[in-house]
Design a protein around this ligand. Structure first.
Ligand code: ATP
Ligand code: MG
Length: 597
């Protein structure tokens, strides 16, 4: 039941919708950039005017009207034109840049928001298999690169292409043969750019993988800091991190080297072009086909063509790198959550609490069958103990009730209806879960207890804490209910965390309660407190409890003994003891173990 991805479409076309809200802004910035390009095209003309019209007595077409003015006025006009062109072009470019930066940031923020919400809808199992570092790199770095392309690069490249085309058109108009000579440089430049960009794409993919690894190592090492320190593995973790970072760095350097090589090649090719233009151009001037001013325009354009050409090549390279990011982000966004609301799903009514597994099988993936044909019916309000060896599929079985995953065969029913017929939100709202690892957040105690409730009720928070026998824990905290816990509740002891988690279940007041080894890992003193809280919680709710505690099991209405994904035995604790099967064996084993203590 893993999430699926659909492939084939280009990642860029899927990202285009993100630019749609900004189409007018983009159009405006493009207009500004085009205007700036036009100013760029004008730059060598005052010089040509001076050389041809003032010094050389060859009137320049568009500027011919100025011939009537005196020399000073003509010179002044030329000089003023230089300044005006520079200022106006600069202003246009400045505003375009700011606009583009704004658009880019807004696009990145909304893309990032979407990726983040999507990540949260993907299954727990997907995240366990993928790792947080990978997700972090996609969310931050890849989105960043996409942003650069969608805003900056796309516009800049368009403007540069237009600039080049404009220069080419003017050159062809002046002297077709010479224009051809100078434009010939673009053939080899294009071929080289394609060649290098393909390599750079491969290298970038490799680099991203290594960066993700480094990020995973970091997030895991920090989450597991106590274990890392206790086992003296800090050095080891640093070593791993260093290696992954170095590999990422090597790839980065390789990409930089390729980019550098490409840029140098472009320079050399352009130099050849310039040389050829000077050669032919000078002959053309000598033979009278061109004016000296024309040659100035030619060489100035060629020199300034060098910049856009280089920019386009560089942008192309960066776009190739960003394409890798786009692929990686789209691959995530296209991944359909394994569990989704079905089209016909309706909000669940208040549950009575009858739960039924009928013919339930489940696999985490192909060839990873975990549950086989489990059928059992639980009446409302019953306490069900699920027992069995480690890895038997107990946690997997109960994860099917709130639809953390869906069975591959069979169905889970609540009050006679398939859980898939209810909307996920309305289903999960009525199920409370307490696991071995108390799922607390770095929020205030109040927000932790009322977690999931958009309008927390202080009275109910206090009542829930009292019911869970946890009020005195809060009383001891410096700011009471407002005390902010450490990340994952790290500033509390295990038993305290667990009782807050139980208080949260009380607050939720759900008909169906799931307890996955809630007392494992606690010492007997803390365990006694937690059990006290739990026994109050269980009352009146359909409860599934995975546990090894004999006294809990003895109180159960129904015991399910699971082994290798199969429901081997089920019945009341007494009846299972009487049949003397696997459950009885497990029990005798545990009792013997207790005696030996
Ligand atoms: N996300 C996952 N992807 C692949 N396999 C998994 C995943 N989670 C669990 N499994 C496998 O499914 C099997 C059942 O796991 P499950 O967690 O349900 O066992 P359990 O009975 O709760 O064990 P324990 O008592 O140790 O908690 C195990 O073999 C486990 O390796
Ligand atoms: Mg388990």
């Amino acid at each position: 039941m893993s999430e699926r991805t659909s492939r084939g479409r280009s990642a860029w076309s899927d990202l285009l919708p993100y630019t749609r809200p900004f189409r007018w802004h983009l159009a405006l910035s493009l207009a500004l950039l085009l205007f700036a390009s036009a100013m760029e095209l004008l730059k060598p003309w005052p010089l040509k005017f001076i050389i041809d019209q003032i010094l050389g007595q060859h009137p320049v077409g568009v500027l011919a009207p100025l011939t009537g003015l005196n020399l000073t006025a003509q010179l002044a006009a030329a000089s003023v034109l230089v300044v005006v062109v520079a200022i106006v072009g600069g202003i246009a470019e400045y505003h375009a840049q700011i606009l583009v930066a704004k658009i880019g940031h807004t696009i990145a923020a909304s893309l990032r928001g979407d990726v983040f919400s999507h990540l949260q809808r993907l299954s727990v199992s997907f995240h366990r298999n993928t790792g947080s570092g990978e997700m972090l790199t996609r969310l931050m770095k890849d989105v960043q690169e996409i942003k650069n392309v969608l805003g900056d690069l796309a516009l800049e490249t368009t403007a540069q292409v237009v600039l080049l085309a404009g220069m080419a058109a003017i050159l062809v108009g002046m002297d077709a043969r010479l224009a051809l000579v100078s434009l010939a440089v673009f053939g080899p430049v294009a071929v080289l750019t394609r060649h290098y960009s393909r390599h750079i794409k491969d290298v970038t993919r490799r680099q991203r993988r290594k960066d993700s690894q480094a990020a995973s190592i970091m997030t895991e090492a920090i989450a597991m800091l106590p274990a890392v320190q206790l086992f003296g593995r800090s050095q080891h973790a640093s070593g791993q991190f260093g290696r992954a970072t170095r590999k990422g760095l090597e790839a980065e350097v390789t990409a930089a080297r390729m980019k550098g090589r490409l840029e140098r090649w472009v320079e050399v090719i352009v130099a050849f072009g310039t040389g050829a233009v000077l050669w032919y151009g000078a002959w053309a001037v000598i033979e009278g086909r061109l004016t000296p001013g024309d040659l100035v325009i030619f060489s100035a354009y060629l020199r300034s063509m060098y910049r856009p050409t280089r920019r386009i090549a560089a942008n192309w390279i960066q776009a190739s790198r960003a394409a890798v990011g786009a692929e990686r982000v789209m691959e995530l966004l296209r991944r359909k959550p394994a569990v989704e609301d079905l089209p016909h799903a309706t909000p669940a009514p208040a549950f009575v609490g009858a739960v039924e597994f009928s013919g339930v099988s489940f696999a985490y993936g192909p060839g990873m069958a975990t549950l086989y044909d489990v059928t059992v019916s639980v009446p409302p309000g019953a306490l069900v103990a699920i027992v069995g060896p480690s890895g038997a599929g107990k946690s997997t079985l109960i994860s099917l009730i709130p639809r953390l995953a869906d069975p591959s065969e069979g169905s889970v029913r609540i009050d006679g209806r398939d859980v898939r017929d209810y909307t996920i939100a309305s289903l999960r709202e009525q199920i409370a879960i307490v696991t071995q690892e108390a799922m607390l957040f770095g929020l205030s105690v109040r927000d932790n207890v009322s977690y999931g409730d958009p309008t927390p009720d202080e009275g109910r928070v206090v009542a829930a804490l009292n019911a869970a026998h946890a009020w005195h824990i809060v009383e001891r905290l410096a700011e009471g209910l407002d005390t902010t816990l450490g990340e994952r509740g790290a500033t509390l002891s295990g038993g305290e965390r667990q009782r807050l988690a139980i208080a949260r279940a009380f607050y939720r007041d759900a008909r169906i309660l799931i307890l996955d080894e809630p007392t494992t890992g606690l010492d007997s003193f803390a365990e006694a407190h937690v059990v006290e809280s739990l026994s109050a919680l269980v009352r009146g709710r359909t409860t599934f409890v995975i546990t090894h505690r004999l006294s809990t099991i003895a109180h159960a209405d129904l015991v399910l003994y699971l082994e290798d994904g199969r429901l081997v035995e089920s019945g009341s604790p007494a009846s299972l003891r009487a049949t003397g099967g696997r459950y009885d064996e497990l029990l005798s084993f545990q009792v013997a173990g207790l005696r030996a203590h």
